[in-house]
Design a protein around this ligand. Structure first.
Ligand code: HEM
Length: 415
């Protein structure tokens, strides 16, 4: 596809360069101010960076979420297509997040009958007990990677228990979200990613098929049983759709929530006054979580593809072109948030976009909020004097998510 001719072609942006990875907020500030709609010639994508543009695009049906069906058609329809790779993308085709209306609405309506607020609230005690179990394995006075020991396992264990995955399978289950990640995320450092993850995904599909058939015969109080039972008029999820939804919930809720916990702890370590306020209980945790989401949330951007030509911010965008809606930049737009680069746990964050917006607004927002609101105070309480262990902070070299590879910390030990 040829790049459109615009004045902004002359601007050399590198959204995966070291500066943008380290501090996307500082990086995007001048871009947002000068060119809130910018063609990135390097990665052949539009970048929408202002709060106003991102809000509008999230609600504009011309911005399609379906990039899987076109990909399958273009790249996986030939006779020499690896059947495992085909199967993996066929799974993604059934993810609601990659669907447009009316198919998206149909699936979401069915899934929310299972993934209810009640089902989420039921998890509160589980989140608390898993958090304490994980902390018991940590010696606070040693140097430890908070991501490996706590932030990463917690959400996987929570969603596994919510779905009804048996304890003995939870390690495998956790590893699968990395395999899906390799398929979905555009990583720079991982060109052979499809081949490596397709075999693991085939195994995961089999695993969920068996589990689904088990719960179809023996329903229990869990999400898989509720997904099987979900009905809207005469409609229900097919087995393939229910399996796909389980994998979406695992993937959608794992790394994102892990990064929320880790990024929040990093934010607190870097802002001792805010850490002290949270520890003293002078700021409500619910509001604090919203500020963590705004300040350094786990998703830098969501992707759309133009289903029709559109004009935004005076720029003509063409059908078929890719668009990144840069949530991270919208969340630091000074026209909406006063002094956006300051972490202020008591600020008004109502307009933040960390969970996206419009029809695809994060289905798991309540669960992510619950996990963070339970886990962060437990961590803050158990790790007095928490500080960085002096190792370099390395951000994952991907554009869509904002997460550290590791977060090495140490603390003073139990009080
Ligand atoms: C802090 C953690 C999380 C963040 C920042 C986050 C962010 C997002 C965002 C930005 C979207 C919109 C994607 C788009 O418009 O293309 C989304 C959608 C979604 N998220 Fe989350 N998410 C988080 C946690 C979770 C959890 C815990 C779950 C479930 C276990 C989950 C499940 C989903 C699902 C199913 C969708 C698709 C909704 C749809 O297409 O209608 N997310 N999430």
């Amino acid at each position: 596809m040829t790049a459109p001719a615009t004045g902004s072609d002359l601007i050399d942006v590198n959204i995966l360069g070291p500066e943008a990875l380290r501090d996307p907020y500082g990086y995007f500030a001048p871009i947002r101010a000068e060119h809130p709609v910018l063609w990135d010639a390097r990665y052949k994508t539009w970048l929408l960076t202002s709060h106003e543009m991102v809000t509008a695009a999230l609600r504009d049906q011309r911005f399609s979420s379906d990039r899987i069906v076109p990909f399958i058609r273009a790249k996986l329809s030939g006779p020499d297509t690896d059947p495992l790779i085909y199967q993996a993308f066929d799974l993604l085709r059934n993810w609601m997040v990659f669907q447009d209306e009316p198919g998206h609405r149909r699936m979401r309506t069915l899934v929310v009958k299972a993934f209810t607020l009640r089902a989420v609230t039921r998890m509160e005690e589980e989140v608390r007990s898993i958090s304490h179990d994980l902390l018991r394995e940590i010696d606070p006075a040693s140097e430890f990677d908070l991501i490996e020991k706590f932030a990463y396992p917690l959400p996987a264990m929570v969603i596994a228990r919510m779905l009804g995955v048996p304890e003995r399978d939870q390690d495998r289950f956790r590893a699968w979200s990395d395999d899906i990640g390799a398929l979905v995320s555009g990583g720079l450092d991982d060109p052979g990613r499809y081949h490596r993850s397709a075999a693991a995904i085939a195994e995961m599909i089999e695993f969920f098929r068996d589990l689904m058939r088990h719960y179809a015969a023996h329903p229990a109080e869990n999400l898989i049983s509720d997904l099987i039972a979900a009905r809207e008029a005469d409609d229900s999820l097919s087995e393939a759709e229910a399996i796909a939804t389980c994998t979406l919930l695992l993937f959608g809720g794992h790394e994102t929530t892990a990064n929320l916990i880790a990024n929040s702890m990093l934010g607190l370590i870097r802002h001792p006054d805010q850490l002290a306020a949270l520890r003293a209980g002078t700021v409500p945790i619910k509001g604090a979580v919203e500020e963590f989401l705004r300040y350094d949330g786990p998703g830098k951007a969501v992707v759309r593809v133009l289903a029709e030509d559109a004009e935004y911010g005076g720029q003509r965008m063409r059908k078929g072109q890719r668009v990144f809606l840069v949530l991270a930049s919208a969340n630091h737009d000074p026209s909406v948030f006063d002094r956006p680069d300051v972490l202020r746990l008591d600020r008004d964050t109502k307009a933040h976009m960390a969970f996206g917006g419009g029809g695809h607004f994060c289905l798991g927002a309540a669960l992510a909020r619950l996990e963070a609101a339970v886990a962060l105070p437990i961590l803050v309480d158990a790790l007095p004097g928490i500080r960085l262990a002096g190792r370099e902070l390395r951000w994952q070299p991907v554009f869509l998510t904002r997460g550290l590879r590791e977060l090495w910390v140490t603390a003073d030990g139990p009080r």
